[in-house]
Design a protein around this ligand. Structure first.
Ligand SMILES: NC(=O)C1=CN([C@@H]2O[C@H](COP(=O)(O)OP(=O)(O)OC[C@H]3O[C@@H](n4cnc5c(N)ncnc54)[C@H](O)[C@@H]3O)[C@@H](O)[C@H]2O)C=CC1
Ligand SMILES: O=C(O)CCC(=O)C(=O)O
Length: 452
């Protein structure tokens, strides 16, 4: 069957799932030469099998709000692919969550987890629950009721969830507590746990730190570094906060931070003290990023407007851009603005933050561009390190884990450049490199394990 026919079949089988189709489309151009060169991948129908989850779970989550009113949400787990290890990937709590979003995330996770070189299958889950404005007690009740069903499908050798948008340290605590209660076992079944009770050092920071380690690798191909570079960062959550922390440590200057209402532009740069303020606003007060102005009135705040067809954050002149908020936050016009303003490097902290048309703009330019599959893989890599520590009953030092994270990001960078070159692409074409390297690793495992 031709590659085109494979793709049209996948589209027909998954109507009304635009994000999922987008994520599949994004890998096709990279994989076409691989599928054409290696018959075996077509014979074993690897692409068809990779795009069909091994298992889809959907369930009702009832919970009581603080006024005693009952609410009903929908919970999900997409168990995507277990060729390389148990299903592994985060949980997202956001009103937009549906099968299309979770299947795109789980599909990307397959490539990403393969790239880490660790024994990790792929999955993703979550609920269409909006944590915004909920009390701690409401969040706890929601997490407990979510786990009342999910626990049946998890296990340290089966499926190990973690956090994602709307699921941070607080939620992981409530989810783990309920799992422990239901199963009567203290096991490494969730990652991102507090270091005081089974978590790993550096897991909280890992995605943001890993992103910046990867970007440093990209810059080093041009004999350059982050020192003195102006950086645009979107998001203000886990990934954005720790990306900013590492940019500062590497001598760069973060200029922006954002949430779903708008963004802050601080021309003088966000330093360590300002980052502490952002962390307090977001992690403790659970407030809006606009509150930054109450502390630093020199900064500018731009409120999102419905009628704007581009995001002015991406039109600020800078050297590097790190989208760390959510999918499709950079459209074609944003991508053109970045390129026209001579951005050097874009590395994704978020999953699929650039639309298909935006990706094309980057691919047609000279800008260095890395997709999240490669550049944000540090989070799941340290999750794997947390799982290893849990199984061994050990707790490794912060320095040891951080060093491993750095080594993993260096290796992913090397593997991407090698795979791109092997198939005749430019060495620094990280899009093709990551897709090919991730695909071939998981494809061989699927073939070797037979048609299960
Ligand atoms: N937490 C992790 O370890 C990993 C997260 N990711 C990805 O990174 C991205 C961010 O995740 P986290 O930081 O964990 O979540 P988070 O919930 O801690 O933070 C998300 C941030 O994005 C902002 N945001 C959400 N929608 C937005 C919008 N439409 N416009 C602007 N800002 C918006 C939120 O206000 C929040 O500040 C997601 O794409 C996630 O899938 C990727 C790899 C690992
Ligand atoms: O650490 C994990 O298992 C999940 C990380 C994740 O959800 C992601 O890489 O997008």
């Amino acid at each position: 069957m031709s590659v085109d026919k494979i793709i049209s079949n996948i589209k027909e089988r998954n109507p009304h799932q635009p994000e999922f189709i987008q994520s599949v489309d994004e890998v096709i151009e990279s994989l076409t030469p691989v599928l054409e060169k290696k018959d075996i991948f077509r014979k074993y129908k690897i692409l068809e099998r990779l795009t069909e989850p091994e298992r889809l779970i959907s369930f009702r989550v009832n919970w009581l709000d603080d006024n005693g009113e009952i609410h009903v949400n929908r919970g999900y787990r997409v168990q995507m692919n277990s060729a390389l290890g148990p299903f592994k990937g985060g949980l997202r709590f956001h009103p937009s969550v549906n099968y299309s979003i979770l299947k795109f995330l789980a599909f990307e996770q397959t490539f990403k987890n393969a790239l880490t070189g660790m024994p990790l299958g792929s999955g993703k889950g979550g609920a269409d629950f909006n944590p915004k404005g909920k009390s701690d007690e409401e969040i706890m009740r929601f997490c407990q009721n979510f786990m009342n069903e999910l626990f049946r499908h998890m296990g340290q050798f089966t499926d190990i969830p973690a956090g994602d948008i709307g699921v941070g340290n607080r939620e992981i605590g409530f989810l783990f507590g309920q799992y422990k209660k239901l199963r009567n076992e203290f096991a490494g079944v969730i990652t991102g746990k507090n270091v005081r009770w089974g978590g790993s050092w550096v897991r909280t920071e890992a995605t943001g730190f890993g992103l910046i380690y990867f970007a440093c690798n990209m810059l080093s191909t041009q004999n350059d570094s982050l020192e003195g570079k102006n950086c645009l960062v979107s998001g203000a959550g886990n990934v954005a906060q720790h990306a900013i922390e590492k940019i500062i440590e590497m001598g760069g200057k973060p200029l922006t931070v954002s949430d779903s209402s708008g963004f802050i532009y601080d021309e003088e740069g966000i330093d360590k003290d300002k980052l502490k303020v952002i962390m307090k606003i977001k992690n403790e007060d659970r407030g809006r990023i606009k509150e930054y102005l109450e502390h630093y009135s020199n900064a500018e705040y731009h409120e999102n407007k419905d009628d704007e067809d581009y995001n002015p954050l991406w039109d600020i002149k800078a050297d590097c851009a790190f989208p760390c908020a959510t999918q499709n936050e950079i459209n074609k016009k944003d991508a053109e603005n970045l390129v026209n303003n001579n951005i050097m490097l874009i590395a994704e902290g978020a999953n699929m933050p650039v639309t298909k048309e935006g990706v094309q703009v980057f691919q047609d330019s000279d800008v260095m561009y890395a997709q999240g599959k490669a550049s944000n893989a540090g989070g799941v890599a340290v999750s794997s390190i947390e799982m290893t520590q849990n199984r061994m009953g050990e707790s490794w030092s912060r320095e040891k884990v951080n060093k491993q994270l750095m080594n993993i990001m260096n290796t992913i960078h090397k593997d991407c450049t090698k795979a791109a070159e092997e198939y005749g692409f430019k060495k620094t074409n990280y899009v093709h490199g990551a897709n090919i390297a991730g695909f071939t690793r998981v494809a061989h495992a699927m073939i070797e394990q037979g048609l299960t």
